[in-house]
Design a protein around this ligand. Structure first.
Ligand SMILES: [Zn+2]
Ligand SMILES: [Zn+2]
Length: 240
């Protein structure tokens, strides 16, 4: 059927995918909302899985994104050392480099086609992305521009990345003692046990040790005929 009054045609599959997005997202969203802050890593793991499912839908709603991010060379070679602010297209970047031989590769060149949020990946950041995502989805319509669908896919991906990081077994995050045990009972929340102990020692001083005079050691009488080494054979042992 032709839409004679409009030159715009809803892309095939978009209504179905949008229904799927609206079916899947609210469940994950509720679970994010009612999480403790911060929740147990296993809870973030479930949410990361659910967000990935949502991302697969959102990605199909957004225009295909090429590995190079270049409109002229979408399937060209990828520049793994792309400088800051450049695309990841090796063909275009090689040309640009001719004029700027001293340009350096970006410190943390993004290897991803979809948005990677800036660290730190914490609960507050997840809630922030959640809010932005809800806002973006709310405004979404069959006729929304491609950028709107791209933004939704980027936000779902960002939320997924944060939830996945939060699902890793918790570490203290202590720079000086990576891998140190966690003091879960520390006053300011779970912290590095070594740092907590050092602080405490600074405040309270080293632990006092009371040296008590020891009592005389009782004498142990050893029978003169006691033999060490071979255990005595039981009385009813059979000779071999
Ligand atoms: Zn290019
Ligand atoms: Zn520490």
């Amino acid at each position: 059927m032709q839409h004679e009054h409009s030159s715009y045609r809803v892309p095939t599959g978009r209504p179905f995918l949008m229904r799927e997005l609206r079916n899947k997202l609210p469940g994950v969203d509720d679970r994010m909302l009612y999480l403790d802050a911060p929740a147990d890593p296993t809870e973030y793991e479930d949410i990361a899985d659910a967000l990935w499912e949502v991302f697969l839908v959102a990605r199909n709603l957004a225009p295909a994104r090429s590995a190079t991010g270049c409109a002229n060379h979408p399937s060209g070679p990828v520049d793994t050392e792309a400088p800051e602010g450049w695309s990841r297209c090796l063909l275009c970047n090689s040309r640009r480099r001719i004029g700027r031989p001293n340009v350096k590769a970006a410190e943390n060149a993004s290897k991803y086609r979809w948005a990677m949020p800036e660290p730190p990946y914490d609960h507050a950041k997840l809630m922030e992305v959640r809010g932005a995502l809800n806002h973006a989805v709310q405004d979404l319509d069959y006729r929304s521009p491609d950028e709107a669908f791209q933004q939704v896919a980027d936000l779902v991906h960002a939320a997924f990345v944060i939830a996945r990081e939060l699902s890793r077994p918790r570490s203290t995050g202590c720079q000086r003692h990576p891998g140190a045990p966690i003091d879960a009972t520390a006053a300011e929340g779970p912290r590095c046990m070594f740092c907590v102990a050092q602080e405490r020692r600074r405040q309270v001083g080293p632990p006092a040790v009371n040296v008590r005079p020891s009592r005389p050691v009782p004498r142990v009488r050893t029978p003169a005929n006691r033999r060490w080494g071979t255990p005595p054979s039981p009385p009813n042992a059979q000779p071999t």
